[in-house]
Design a binder for this molecule. Sequence first.
Ligand code: CP
Ligand code: NVA
Length: 301
Amino acid sequence: MERDLISLQDFNRWEIEALLKRASQLKEELQRGHNKPTLAAKTLGLLFEKASTRTRVSFQVGMVQLGGSSLFLNASDLQLGRGEPISDTARVLSRYLDGVVLRTVSHQTILEFARYATIPVINGLSDLFHPCQILADLFTILEVKGTMCGIKVAYVGDGNNVANSWVEAATKFPFQLTLACPKGYGPDKEIMKAANELASIELTTDAEEAAADADVLYTDVWVSMGDEAQEQKRRRIFKRYQLNDKLLEVAKNDVLVLHCLPAHREEEITSKVLEGHFSIILNQAENRLHVQKAVLEALLG
Ligand code: CP
Ligand code: NVA
């Protein structure tokens, strides 16, 4: 049966470790020249309802580097945009493609697509999760720290799709996750409840408390794709949840600053911190490529 990556729950810790190890090999191999064509003659579809730079380009380049090819499918250009059911789209695309990455407004769309598809389905971001991002984030932290054991990750800002996937990651690896979110803007309650049965995840409304002694400071936009109608309100509510010098001061001396990008400078993060020497955001963005190639091999290979 085909295997999906819809959330981090689809893989256990050992499988994730194997993926990250393979990603490291693929990265080294590429730096030495080129990768072996492990996905020759395979075609990946990218069916996107929302904008993307990193996810789209890293998956498409990843397929080329592994000897395969890809098709970018803007959802509104397909018959899907004129009302063709997801069930038909999933079954038809399964006859042409070897795998599909979906970026959707609603997580339900990915679940429904996966129910009918007979090829691997990868979540390239939904309103609920962003698993590919967090796999690359874990890889990026491991490259520097060597282990997640005992690491404190402080997530400051909106309890959105990225935060929810971080919550799931904390159930897989023994690190401390502390989130600082405004009241009413924390991670999904059900996801938190389920995760807290397996790990001890802290949720506070105080950004400095979360950042205290952190090894990793992480943030994401205050206004995610789909939240644009609340932009003004969110700018007011999230004002105190900015990754800035004040938070760097209370974190560990060798803290790493991560941001999934795109960033809104002087909103969730200051330009100084984003461009400063603690920031490893470009390595983080690059690592999307290496980690997703490992995911593609595991699911399509
Ligand atoms: N971080 C991330 O997923 O970026 P894109 O929206 O550009 O794909
Ligand atoms: N939370 C952001 C992540 C973008 C990569 C969004 O959903 O827009």
